[in-house]
Ligand binder design. Structure first.
Ligand code: SF4
Ligand code: SF4
Length: 113
């Protein structure tokens, strides 16, 4: 679904909403919109993979709740940092301790070096 066709919530009378309307705040009106938002900005820690330790077992791919482990040709290619939220599940499940979570600011500096 494109951004233009996505249903918009009607907030015009939000000041008058009573308890009966609050459940709307927890409603996801349409599915499959994750690609429209760069949710990686929420991240405070970034997963960094040690290529030497990784054997491309793909366990992190199946465990990632944000589909942020990118696979190419049957191998773990990279992590989609536009959507990865830094939850650390990939690091927890990795049987080879190949993923380490680093403070986001420190990780960016390391990347620049
Ligand atoms: S779980 Fe660990 S070893 Fe397996 S693909 Fe992911 S980083 Fe590599
Ligand atoms: S930190 Fe969380 S969101 Fe990011 S790649 Fe790992 S499991 Fe996915």
């Amino acid at each position: 679904m494109s951004k233009t066709s996505r249903k918009k919530w009607d907030y015009h009378d939000i000041a008058q909403w009573g308890p009966g309307r609050h459940e709307l705040g927890a409603t996801i009106p349409v599915s499959g919109t994750a690609d429209d938002y760069d949710t990686g900005g929420w991240r405070s820690e970034r997963p960094l993979r040690d290529r030497e330790k990784c054997n491309d077992c793909m366990i992190c791919f199946f465990a990632c709740p944000d589909s942020s482990v990118i696979v190419e040709d049957g191998k773990m290619a990279t992590i989609d940092l536009k959507h990865c939220k830094g939850c650390g599940i990939c690091a927890q499940v990795c049987p080879r301790d190949a993923i380490e979570l680093k403070n986001e600011i420190i990780a960016r500096k390391l990347e620049e070096e």
